[in-house]
Design a protein around this ligand. Structure first.
Ligand code: IMP
Length: 197
C-alpha cells in the first residue's frame, strides 16, 4: 500500500501535535515545516482566514507535491470593525505580551455596549492537482469586563463565553475544545475525511 503523507504547514508545536493526533490514527506519516527547513517563509497576504489558510497549505503542496494542512485563526471584535482579524498575532507587535494586548482591548471597550466578538478558525487541506478544501468555524463570545482565568493562551482571559458563564481561560481543555473555533473546524475536517477517504 502506498504510504500516506501529510505536512502540517506550521512550525507551531501545539498545532503540529493537534494535527498529528488526528492524522496518525488514519495511517498518515505526519511531517511539519520543521522537516522542511528549505521551505521559504510563507507570506500571509490574504484578507480572510480562509485565504491565509489556503496560501500556507498550498505553498507546501506546490513545492513538495504532498498533501498539506494548515490553519489560520484570530479574533474579531464587532466594535472595532472586526479587527484585529487576520492581524491578531501581529496586532500591537508580535512580541508584545497578551497581558498588554488584552488590557488595550479592555480600555478601548470602556463604555462600549456592543461587546460581541468571536474567534475564527479556518483549516485548509491541499492536494496536488486538486482544488483546496477549507473549513471555517467560529466561537461567538463577549469581551469580558476584566481578564479572568489562567488556562489557554492569547486573548482567552478576555473572551467570555456566555453559555458556560466563563472566559475561555477559565475552561478546561476539553470544555474549550468542545466549543472553540478550532475544535469545531477540526471536527468539520474530520467529518470530511471520513466521508471522502
Ligand atoms: P495564527 O497562528 O497566525 O493563526 O495566529 C492566531 C492568533 O490568533 C494567535 O496568535 C492568537 O493571538 C489568536 N488566537 C487564535 N486562536 C486563539 C485561541 O484559541 N486562544 C487565544 N488566542 C487565539
Amino acid at each position: 500500500m502506498k504510504e500516506k503523507k501529510i505536512v502540517v504547514a506550521s512550525t507551531n508545536e501545539g498545532k503540529i501535535r493537534e494535527f498529528r493526533e488526528m492524522f496518525e490514527p488514519l495511517g498518515y506519516t505526519v511531517y511539519s515545516l520543521k522537516d522542511f527547513p528549505d521551505m521559504e517563509d510563507i507570506e500571509e497576504t490574504g484578507t480572510t482566514f480562509a485565504e491565509n489558510a489556503v496560501i500556507k497549505a498550498k505553498a507546501v503542496t506546490d513545492k513538495y507535491g504532498i498533501r498539506a494542512v494548515s490553519d489560520d485563526s484570530g479574533l474579531e471584535v464587532e466594535a472595532f470593525g472586526n479587527q484585529p482579524g487576520v492581524n491578531s498575532a501581529r496586532w500591537l507587535g508580535h512580541e508584545t505580551s497578551y497581558t498588554y494586548k488584552n488590557q488595550v482591548i479592555l480600555d478601548r471597550m470602556k463604555g462600549e455596549t456592543d461587546r460581541r466578538c468571536r474567534y475564527v478558525c479556518a483549516i485548509a487541506l491541499t492536494d496536488p492537482d486538486k482544488e483546496p478544501v477549507v473549513f471555517v468555524d467560529t466561537a461567538e463570545c463577549l469581551i469580558a469586563d476584566e481578564p479572568a482565568g489562567t488556562n489557554g493562551f492569547g486573548y482567552d482571559p478576555i473572551m467570555y463565553f456566555e453559555p458556560l458563564h466563563k472566559t475561555m481561560a477559565e475552561m478546561t481543555k476539553d470544555e474549550k475544545n468542545a466549543i472553540s473555533h478550532r475544535g469545531k473546524a477540526v471536527r468539520r475536517l474530520q467529518e470530511w475525511i471520513n466521508e471522502n477517504e
